[in-house]
Every structure is written in structure tokens, then in C-alpha cells.
Design a protein around this ligand. Sequence first.
Ligand code: ADP
Ligand code: MG
Length: 363
Amino acid sequence: MSSPVEPYVMFRNVDKSYDGKTNVVDGLDLDIAKGEFLTLLGPSGSGKTTTLMMLAGFEAPSAGTIQFDGKPITSVPTYKRDFGMVFQNYALFPHMTVAENLAFPLRMRHVPKPDITAKVRKTLDIVQLGHLADRKPGQLSGGQAQRVALARSIVFDPKMVLMDEPLGALDKQLREQMQLEIKRLHHELDITMLYVTHDQTEALTMSDRIAVFSDGKIQQIGTPTQMYGAPENKFVASFMGENNCLDGKITKLGDKGLVSVHLTEFGVEMCAISTRERHIGDPVKLMVRPERVRLVEEGSADAFPAKVTDTIYYGDHVRLVFGANPESALTTRVAHETQGGQWVPGDTVMLSWDPRAAIVFRP
Ligand code: ADP
Ligand code: MG
């Protein structure tokens, strides 16, 4: 980001090792802008929680610096950082009512009693839980309890909210509802949020920017559109949404990063783009999104015949699978009302893609 404003949160060259041998967070540089919704996305064990815990103050970095609002915070105790937190297991106080749970962080901060009452009521209204103020956590559904946890994390006007897989325990429908709810809160309260998830759809739908983690390192950081549409490496390309990954070899170098690739599985040559310098004969992986693989008329240019090996019904669409080897199979999606229903395994169809929709990476 080319903003001249100093980032709100700044990790610089941060390492974290629990055993003194391996870094589970390794040389991390990360900026978060004020008001931003930034998501850490990555597989289990990639260092997301550790990163969040270091910002929260529950873990200390082994090396490097973390600044918040222009000041180093490594020696500031957790409670003084004034961050709201939400975790997967909501950790509400079971013996307190919903209203008392919300009042707690305010009482800790010595907010005057009448102000507490007003603030709790207002916050419960924001998350539409006013009618449950007198219930105990044990009398709430999972979704309601998590909304209380959300309310409790914002009730004291924190400087920032940190959430670690907050929706992990909820079923799909509730999770999607809560995603919208959290986005709405972010928008309405204009609050800075650091969100951790391993769910790429969640990251795509909620975030201003996403940092993809693997092995304690950021593989790429950018807007959802950049991450999905222009992944910089194979890991990001396959982790952000579905992708076909086809073995091939470079056969021709063209203008503006265009290359021709001989696809091993299909024995044909197709175009793609390369963001790195390549040489003729280089082995590559060609990645193309299922939704970008098109079925075209016989005789179309830049197309090749492929035999349907499987059809999978998804309700709103059908996926056609091509290629004998499941490892390197090619999948496309078709809307079943129009064309999907008509194909059966054994049929041969013509496939094509816009060269700009396919990217080559090192194998
Ligand atoms: P994520 O949240 O992406 O799943 P974590 O930050 O929890 O990843 O974990 C990163 C690595 O650090 C993992 O290998 C995990 O086993 C290890 N780890 C996490 N917390 C501790 C801890 N308190 N003590 C020792 N190792 C830990
Ligand atoms: Mg985690």
C-alpha cells in the first residue's frame, strides 16, 4: 500500500519459536492499516494463531518488533493493549447473565455504573440481542452465544478486535449469517479487525486484505480479487479456491508474458501467462480455475478435445471431470439447466480458456 500514513499495526522481522529450534513464525513483516479488516488465512499449524497471540500479548516474539499506533508494544501487558478478542470457544462467564458478561470489561475499566448500563444496552441492540439480556450463557444457542462474545469484544470501544476462528463451531448457515454480521459491525463501527481463519471462502467474502500463511511465512498478501485472480505462487493458487493444476512443458515464449505449454495429460498445446522468466523446455504447472475452462464448439481455435471421465451433480451446477489420472484431472463447471445434464462419461467435448485465465508456476 502506498499510503503515507504510518500503519496502525506493524510487525517487523518477527520470529517465534516455542522450542528454541524451529520458527513457527519466521521473519514476519506485516502492516495493518487503521480501520482495515485483515485476515490471516492458512492451513492448520501455519502460525496464524501464534501471530494473533503475539499481537494480543499472550505470546512474546522470539525476535523482531511489533508496533501499535506508532509505539512498540512488546512490553505492554495484554490488558493494557485494549483489544477486543473473540475465539472459537466463546468463553463467556457461565454464572453471569448476558448483560453482566457485557458489563464485565467495562467494570474492569472502571466505567461509571450508569454509563455501563447504557453502553451494554446499546451494544446488545447493535447485535440484536436486547431480548436476551437476562439469560445465562447456558440458555443460549451456539450462534447467540457467539454473538454475545462478539458484543463483549466491542462493548468497551477497543482499539482493535482480534478474532481467531470465531465461527469454527457453527454450522454452515449460521456461519454465513455471522460472517455478514461481523462485516456489518466492521463497517458500522469503523473498527480495525484482525481475523484468523482456515476457510478461504470466509476470507474472500469478509476481508479488505488477506495474508496467506504457510510454514510461518506470508506467501502473499493482497485484496481478495488479487489473491484469487492473480496468485503469485502455486501454494496461493491452490489454497485460494479451487484450481486445476496440470503438468506441462514450455514450448514457446510470446509477448507480454504469454507462453505456450504442452500439457502432458492431454497431449496438446495451450496458452497461459507467466509472471516469471521462463525458458523453452521448462517443466511447469499450469493452473486454471474450473469456472474459466469453457466448453466450445468443434473447430474453435485454441481448443482441444477431452473425454469426460466423470460428472458430479452439485445442485446449482454440474462438474465435468476430464483425464484418467485423478492427480492431474481437469474439472470444469457447467450450469446444469443449459448443458451440464447432457454429458455422460465417455463423451468427448472441446475445451478452451482465455490465455489470461491460466497461469504457469514452477512445478
Ligand atoms: P495455526 O493457528 O495456523 O493453526 P499455530 O500458530 O497455532 O498455527 O501453530 C503453529 C505451530 O506452532 C504449530 O506447529 C503448533 O504445533 C506450534 N505451537 C502452537 N502453540 C504452541 C505452544 N504453546 N507450544 C508449543 N508449540 C506450539
Ligand atoms: Mg489457530
